[in-house]
Design a protein around this ligand. Sequence first.
Ligand SMILES: Cc1cc2nc3c(=O)[nH]c(=O)nc-3n(C[C@H](O)[C@H](O)[C@H](O)COP(=O)(O)OP(=O)(O)OC[C@H]3O[C@@H](n4cnc5c(N)ncnc54)[C@H](O)[C@@H]3O)c2cc1C
Length: 411
Amino acid sequence: MDPDGAAAEASRQRSSRGTAEMEHHLTEEQQTIRDLARTIAEEKVKAVRAKYDEEGTFPSDIVRELARVDMFRVFIPVAYDGMLEQGLGVTNMCLVTEELSKACGGIALAFAGTALGAFPVLLFGSEEQRKKYLPPIAAGEKLAAFGLTEPMAGSDAAALRTTARREGNEYVLNGTKVFITNGGEADIYTTVALTNPGKGARGASAFIVEKGTPGFSFGKKEKKMGIRASVTSELIFENARVPAENLLAREGMGFIVAMKTFDVSRPGVAAQALGIAEGALEETLRYVHQRRQFGQSIVNFQGVQWMLADMATHIEAARSLIYSLADRIDRGDTKDIGYLSAMAKVFASDVAMKVTTDAVQLFGGYGYMTEYPVEKMMRDAKITQIYEGTNQIQRNVIGVHLAKQAAKLAG
Ligand SMILES: Cc1cc2nc3c(=O)[nH]c(=O)nc-3n(C[C@H](O)[C@H](O)[C@H](O)COP(=O)(O)OP(=O)(O)OC[C@H]3O[C@@H](n4cnc5c(N)ncnc54)[C@H](O)[C@@H]3O)c2cc1C
């Protein structure tokens, strides 16, 4: 195909998707990854999303498909059987999460939750830990999960009560984690427990715990409003004996491991939100064109067009924020990423909630019915304002940063 023909074909494909998406400076490899994820979303995920949502079951067949096309390698370095030559692969992770989320935010989470569980090993793992745990994740043979939240430690994550007592060459873990994505389905869990309970957050340490560890089991599987294809379970540690070599970083660094992990995983939640919003806009554009009232297509009404205009504008703004942040992280420029990741997560998730709510509105009564996907998208969008730190907590992070800036400006 000649270059002009290729450009025209790309343009035709973009317009057939319904939205004129702004081009960002993605590398050829990133575009290939995005296009492959888009194909899986279109050809595999859309067909099964309603079934998984209704049944509330885990999408093992899609996970196998993602593994087959090497999707889990996109955020893992070549040295550990991934495909990353350099950087952390946050852009790749975001692109895959976004594309899958356009079709189903819940199914996308099997992938994004695994990235969340793998990041502590990528960021803080020893060479031995990386060599042992990352290759099976890259191959998609093993999923990962991240367990921080407890019944009494949600937004106040430092209030955790799970303990890890050192005994010889092992740590003995006791306690319960709640609401853990991929819980029960994953084989590799990164989790945080108190090695020195008297010291609060400074007494927390991070561990890698394998499924099958004696004393480690799974409790209640949650029934949820949305993202019902994602499994959310309790992790129960009852004298679970974890080898001392599975300590990540050093004793006392557990909270730092968790916070640094969220700095690079929150763009993924933002990308999930972005994908859900994009999926909702696309469905809406199709619908408003074919739905007729007052003798004409409802897309002709200015009141409808203004709603569409806001939806599309917010989506583009979210995309720009996420892509530029992800690129910055991949280039190793980590200055202020806690603050910027919080912004990306807050903004994109609020956009997802607004866009999906407006999508339901533009479908009228049909939007409220399960035969159209927008009501599911609205239910799926809600979680992005809640997990990996609620949006109030993200605004606290942004606010504290600004208060420090204010103090500096005041001299
Ligand atoms: C489907 C799902 C999947 C999840 N997956 C994971 C996972 O994989 N791993 C994991 O570790 N956790 C996971 N979580 C947990 C999630 O991160 C927490 O639910 C979230 O951080 C909020 O904690 P909480 O539910 O205890 O709410 P709470 O902390 O009790 O908050 C209740 C309300 O109070 C507000 N609030 C609390 N403190 C403040 C404050 N200081 N200022 C202003 N407002 C405040 C909150 O914003 C919220 O609106 C998941 C949760 C869900 C629902």
